[in-house]
Design a protein around this ligand. Structure first.
Ligand SMILES: [Zn+2]
Length: 388
């Protein structure tokens, strides 16, 4: 079996996050923390360094920073470098066409501004709007549910015109993906509970009838404007209930024929629910499956496995590359390297099974790494990418 060579294809990273302005980590433990979704101190201390991803990272990063492939040496070498210079080198080595950045986390004060990410990577970088952050802001300013709904609808009246390429929801982290339609009184009651909670401390929107109701306001706008909505699905930190992060819970939303104009992007290959996500992309015309090679933090074999699962059930025109890189430039970088290798290997298998010929396999690889996202997010409509 010969792998398809995708090494020269620039990627549209259709879902990632900002890179911290401060790249000087005080100790090894604080750097290791960038490569786990666990908040348990014992994980960072005793276990993270033994994951497949971390070991692969050390070996590859050693080549870039020019030292022995040893954790301590790599950490010293990368931390000895100027943070912006290191980020620039890694982002350029990733060969990125466009970054689509979720600006909802980490907070904008902590990370490099979106245009600066583009400058460092010699590529384009565009922001996406995290719905729950906008909702929490608006709920602070309005005294009735009707007003809050109206304000949300107005704020989302022209998503692209206001500079956002797409919307993103983290409902899976808050109340689950089974987004429902609630009777008016239930939503009102939930709104009042939210107001009380916000007065006494937390303005975090974890009130299901309220969040679901506001999400429907956003979906109406997204469907009308044909703006993609990304959903966090599956693998995340311990704050997410993985049982409720199964994409099959989205059925009520996906069944709505009036939402067909809203492209739904299921993030992180829905890991470990990749087959379920691939099935949804095979059945609903407006569902797309993101293939993220940075986070979840996986070994090569597992990345190959989810890539096979996705290619095996979903149309390849529904698959799109991302890194989900966050905080450190290492994730945005290694994801691009791994994504090209893994996808090239999975496509090579399809060639040997006579599902594709070589030119078709190269074309499918280019589509998944770049062209599908360029089309879906209308990246060419307003400005041409610098790499075209
Ligand atoms: Zn993310």
């Amino acid at each position: 079996m010969q792998a398809v060579d995708l090494s020269r294809v620039p990627v549209v990273d259709n879902h990632c996050h900002g890179i911290k302005r401060e790249q000087g980590f005080e100790d090894l433990a604080s750097w290791r923390r960038a490569f786990t979704e666990s908040a348990d101190p014992g994980m960072v201390r005793d276990h993270i360094a033994t994951t497949a991803l971390y070991r692969r990272l050390i070996k590859n990063l050693a080549i870039i920073v020019g030292c022995e492939p040893d954790e301590g040496a790599v950490f010293a070498a990368r931390t000895g470098r100027d943070g912006r210079e290191l980020a620039g080198e890694l982002l350029r080595a990733a060969n990125v066409d466009t970054f689509l950045v979720d600006t909802g986390f980490p907070s904008p004060e902590e990370v490099l501004p979106v245009p600066e990410m583009g400058e460092l990577g010699a590529c384009r970088a565009e922001p996406m709007l995290r719905l729950e952050v906008l909702m929490e802001e608006l709920l602070q300013k309005h005294d009735s549910l009707a007003d809050a709904k109206e304000a949300l609808s107005a704020a989302l009246d022209d998503v692209r015109g206001q500079g956002h390429i797409a919307l993103k929801s983290i409902a899976a982290y808050r109340t689950g993906l089974d987004v429902r339609e609630w009777p008016e009184q239930e939503a009102e009651r939930s709104f009042r509970t939210y107001q009380r909670d916000a007065e006494t401390g937390s303005a975090r929107l974890v009130h299901k009838p309220l969040l679901d109701t506001l999400l429907h306001v956003a979906f109406v706008q997204a469907a009308r404007q044909e703006v993609p909505v990304q959903f966090h699905v599956g693998y995340g930190d311990a704050d997410t209930d993985l049982l409720l992060g199964n994409p099959l819970h989205l059925r009520r939303v996906l069944q709505r024929s009036d939402y067909r104009g809203m492209p739904v992007v299921l993030l992180h290959e829905c890991y470990p629910y990749t087959r379920q996500g691939g099935y949804l992309a095979a059945v609903y015309e407006n569902v797309y499956l993101d293939l993220s090679y940075g986070i979840p933090l996986l070994g090569y074999g597992e990345m190959l496995s989810f890539t096979r699962q996705a290619l095996g059930v979903a149309p390849s025109s529904k698959l799109m590359y991302s890194s989900d890189g966050i905080g450190v430039p290492e994730l945005h970088w290694i994801s691009a390297l791994d994504g090209r290798h893994v996808l090239g290997e999975a496509l090579g298998e399809m060639v040997s099974h006579k599902e594709l010929n070589l030119p078709e396999a190269e074309s499918v690889g280019e589509s998944i790494l770049r062209a599908n996202a360029t089309r879906l997010y209308k990246l060419q409509a307003d400005r041409r990418s610098p790499k075209d």
